[in-house]
Design a protein around this ligand. Sequence first.
Ligand code: PCA
Length: 221
Amino acid sequence: MHTPAAVKSLPTVLLTGFDPFGGERLNPSWLAVQSLQGQHIASHKVVAAQLPTVFDTSLLELARLLEEHRPALVVCVGQAGGRAAISLERIAININDARIPDNAAAQPIDTPVVAGGPAAYFTGLPIKAMLLALQGEGIPAEVSQTAGTFVCNHVFYGLMHHLATQRGFEGVRGGFVHVPWLPDQGQPSMKTDELVRGLRVAIATALATRADIAAGAGSLN
Ligand code: PCA
């Protein structure tokens, strides 16, 4: 029955974006994520939150959000200027190596995200199924083999480490998606409404797909 109580108890998708960084005035990841706040996708409710583009603080905020919302699925989103497509990140690595200072003027070089943690984590998202779904909708998409070594990779690694090691997160899936600039920021770019549509398709596909499609489909890279 669709009582208010039943609606309230819908499982949650935690969707994060970042604040602007590197002297930019906006961050498309936050604009796109923000517009999905409170929306329902495949019987899940989206909780949108902003993370600061700051090493360590971003992970403290993410950990707080994970404990508060206990999501069924987590998709962290960031801006990747210079990329032309929605990038489904495959792997998070245990390194911070910042080419520019973060928003708190920190610029760690060759430090681990988690001291003693594994070298890398694979995404928990079904990225090949998501890729096919996005391309089927005519939205430019690609699998990416690196989320870089700045705050996005830091958050991706911290997310996967939290899900892998903290109690109560067994079976919770998560991963990271990079989005291109908006047209105002430079080229190549993607418009906000296409980004939003792409994130909706990506999330719906992740919720509908338990095991990623594999070998039989051939390499989709
Ligand atoms: N992109 C940066 C950090 C914040 C963001 O949106 C990155 O790719 O690391």
